[in-house]
Design a protein around this ligand. Structure first.
Ligand code: SF4
Length: 628
């Protein structure tokens, strides 16, 4: 393959907006061309960064017929103005495209060091179009970019790919976001893995990369981020850092990781097990974060500029699940590949997590799809004739290991599992048993455990997503007083929608920065850092409006695609109350919650569209013109 180098400095010169490098890399894989584009400063001001800015660019590039796995689906890697700075826990990045799993807006937010390296290499984001004839990877460094042959990498798992790229380039410091066999084989929920085992898991961005024959995006840079007021920025960042260091949540997350919450979630009847048939997991102690810390954990890890270090490093030296030191499972995985399948062996769960990371599969979608397979097997709807001879028993990790491998490679029954939970349910005529909303598998927070979580699943742009509002925390007792979000009981439905709307707007704004949802700096301080970075005089209200603007834009994108008001519901599976545990007896009143939500959003309940007035109020004139 010929070399295709460009020099960004020669083309565009200095940045034009403080807080930004002012450049996007635009890659046309079909033509084998790499070029630069000046960042649209008006878009940056209105959508800031992250998935908001990516959604605005996407809006210009897609139409109703854009095939998620076709060359015309743009794949966007995007950072934000705080990425690569001293802003604590704000150095994540997002990968966005139309999702092949849902047909709707797809995005996945991931930590590590990849986002900062992209910025240090001179770019705010990368827009990737087309499809290569042969496997390639993109190498970006210090204002230059090159497409390189990846045929020798095709077929390698994600750990092997990252190592091979480091070896080929002879640089230990490069960061690679790559796909494994899952992405190559277009598993609908294939993940993109970077920084060893950090997964951009949800909504199938790995499959989009695979469809483009793009094995990896690799970054390394030595540059820095231009700030409008460096002194003010460093002062505010330092104050936030001091607060976070003293925060008890920081210490708990550092000591036990996200799976440290498993005991509390189980106690409240909110740790799904036996495929959502129960919410209290009797064996939770066996797979909790504190047990991990006491047994197989050998260290912690974290993202650029974060004091929390919530990542786990585990090692298993004996028995059937031996692992060299590698990333340990976080809460969602401990539940999806553990309690949901009644597997209470932490070593087994860690090994299943490793397998998903190596193959490049989203652990939540994989676990929920396997959960349905186990349930159907238990009910006699599925037999070993369907599973290539494998016998599925609750709590037995051996066939699960095999099924994950078969899914990543689309072998036998794995080819059906690779299509996800809803496809599996449809194949056996039990669509009501699919645990999903808009095609995305429900995460490890039971909607019957919280009215807020129910609304989050129903209204998130990417389907049943728990990350577009932290309702699972808010409804459990956290209040955000500086945002006017007070605590309401988790089963209280009156007034819930208005609080959810406000919190979704704030979370949507946080996604633009790109901040971590596990860390809560004071809202004023976050706004002050954005102001010091960009010179923009934002207030909390301004930032909330940016978040709202983005959610309206994403809704408009979904309306253009396959969004269907009929699908905005909880599956029948969740309309039966649990009979035991802290969640017993509650079934959310979906109709009331949605009616209140649509009213609070000024969206039309019948069509799902934002009203024309709302779009104009948010400055989305172009969207209003398209929708009306
Ligand atoms: S809290 Fe964890 S996931 Fe979030 S930025 Fe820190 S290390 Fe990364």
């Amino acid at each position: 393959m010929g070399e295709r180098w460009i020099s960004s400095e020669r083309r565009l010169g200095k940045h034009t907006v403080d807080g930004y490098l002012g450049r996007l890399l635009v890659v046309d894989l079909t033509a084998g061309r790499v070029a630069e584009e000046e960042l649209n400063s008006e878009y940056a001001r209105r959508f800031i960064g992250g998935s908001g800015l990516a959604a605005r660019y996407t809006y210009d590039m897609i139409d109703a017929d854009t095939d998620p796995l076709g060359p015309e689906n743009p794949l966007i890697f995007m950072t934000g103005p705080l990425v690569g700075t001293q802003a604590p826990s704000c150095s994540r990045y997002v990968i966005c495209a139309r999702s092949p799993h849902t047909g709707l807006w797809g995005e996945s937010n991931v930590g590590g060091f990849m986002g900062p390296q992209l910025r240090f290499a001179g770019y705010d984001g990368i827009v990737i179009k087309g499809r290569a004839d042969e496997p390639v990877y993109l190498f970006v460094h210090d204002g230059e970019a090159e497409l390189r042959d990846a045929s020798q990498l095709w077929g390698l798992d994600t750990y092997g790919t990252q190592q091979a790229i480091r070896d080929e380039l002879g640089e230990r410091s490069v960061r690679a976001a790559c796909i494994g066999p899952g992405g190559e084989n277009l598993v609908k929920y294939a993940a993109v893995i970077s920084d060893q085992g950090r997964a951009a898991g949800r909504s199938g961005m790995g499959a989009v990369m695979g469809s483009k024959k793009l094995k990896a995006v690799v970054c390394r840079g030595k540059g820095s981020v231009p700030l409008a007021d460096k002194g003010a920025f460093e002062t505010t960042a330092g104050e936030i850092l001091a607060l976070l260091k003293d925060d008890v949540s920081t210490q708990v997350l550092n000591q036990t990781g996200t799976s440290g919450s498993a005991n509390m979630l189980s106690l409240s009847g909110n740790m799904p097990n036996r495929y959502f048939m129960a919410g209290e997991f009797d064996e939770v102690d066996n797979i909790s974060g504190s047990t991990m810390a006491e047994t197989i954990q050998v260290g912690t890890s974290g993202c650029f500029g974060c004091v929390v270090q919530c990542g786990r490093q585990v090692q298993i030296t004996e028995g059937p699940y031996q692992l060299e030191e590698t990333d340990g499972p976080e809460y969602e995985t401990v539940s999806a590949l553990g309690s949901l399948l009644l597997i209470d062996d932490l070593k087994a769960v860690s090994y299943l997590n490793y397998l998903c990371n190596a193959l490049g599969l989203d652990t939540v979608s994989m676990g929920v799809t396997l959960g349905l397979a186990h349930y159907l097997y238990d009910e006699g709807i599925l037999s070993s004739r369907d599973t290539d001879g494998l016998v599925l028993r609750w709590g037995d990790a051996e066939p699960v290991m095999r099924l994950i491998e078969m899914t990543g490679r689309r072998e036998g029954f794995g080819d059906l599992l690779a299509e996800g939970n809803l496809s599996l349910a449809r194949r056996f005529g039990v669509e009501d048993l699919a645990a999903q909303v808009h095609g995305l598998e429900i995460a490890m927070h039971d909607p019957r455990a919280s009215a807020g979580v129910t609304l989050s699943y129903l209204t998130s742009p990417r389907g049943a997503c728990h990350n577009k509002s932290d309702a699972y925390w808010l409804d459990m007792g956290r209040s955000l007083d500086d945002l006017g979000i007070g605590f309401t009981d988790r089963f209280e439905e009156e007034g819930k929608a208005a609080l959810m709307v406000r919190h979704q707007d704030w979370r949507s704004a946080g996604d633009t920065l790109v901040s971590c949802l596990l860390v809560y700096p004071p809202s004023e301080a976050l706004v002050a850092m954005l102001a010091a970075a960009t010179g923009w005089g934002f207030t909390i209200s301004d930032l909330l409006q940016v978040g709202e603007r983005i959610l309206n834009l994403k809704r408009a994108l979904n309306i253009r695609w396959d969004w269907n008001p009929e699908h905005e519901k909880l599956p029948s599976l969740f309309m039966q109350p649990l009979t035991e545990g802290g969640t017993a007896g509650y079934v959310p009143d979906v109709e009331k919650l949605l009616t209140d939500y649509y009213q609070a959003r000024a969206w039309d309940r019948k069509t799902g569209k934002p009203t024309r007035e709302k779009l104009l109020e948010l400055g989305l004139d172009e969207v209003a013109a398209d929708l009306y």
